[in-house]
Write a protein that binds this ligand. Structure first.
Ligand code: C2G
Length: 130
């Protein structure tokens, strides 16, 4: 029986419980969770500079029990080929992206999950900096 494959993408910088809540809920939608983690170069395209390098963010993500596979996210355009390559059943994002990836529903289910309020990598970084 084919495992139900779930995929999500993000920077996952300064890993916090909001990220874990997202990954936990994403995994609960299927049996196998793939995470596309933004490379440092792609982050620059997103106008983001992460505190942790790609390698450190990848190491942290691979240590999470909900995550089965980590792939690099290098550009906006790779999602369609990823969905086909990994035979994905469900694409998941936090609802700060609500509607932005509806075009992917041609290939798989698209689900947006409520963000965890009160926490963000920026907030953590800023409070550590003071
Ligand atoms: N998230 C959340 N609650 C928070 C913070 C983040 O649910 N308090 C979710 C976001 O909605 C996203 C995931 O955690 O689904 C990763 O968040 P980011 O690393 O900020 O991802 P982002 O930079 O938005 O990159 O192609 C998609 C992009 O790569 C998404």
């Amino acid at each position: 029986m084919k495992k139900k494959i779930v995929i999500t993408y993000g920077t996952f910088d300064v890993l916090h419980y909001g990220h874990i809540n997202l990954l936990k809920r994403a995994k609960a939608l299927g049996e196998y969770l793939i995470v596309g983690i933004s490379t440092d170069e792609f982050n620059a395209l997103k106008g983001k500079k992460s505190f942790y390098t790609f390698e450190h963010r990848k190491h942290l993500l691979k240590s999470i029990k909900y995550v089965d596979k980590v792939i690099p996210e290098e550009c906006w355009e790779q999602k369609v080929q990823d969905l086909k390559k990994y035979d994905v059943d469900i694409f998941v994002m936090g609802n700060d992206w609500e509607g932005k990836f509806d075009f992917l529903s041609e290939y798989c289910e698209v689900t947006y999950l409520p963000r965890t309020e009160g926490i963000s990598s920026t907030q953590v970084r800023d409070s550590l900096a003071t």
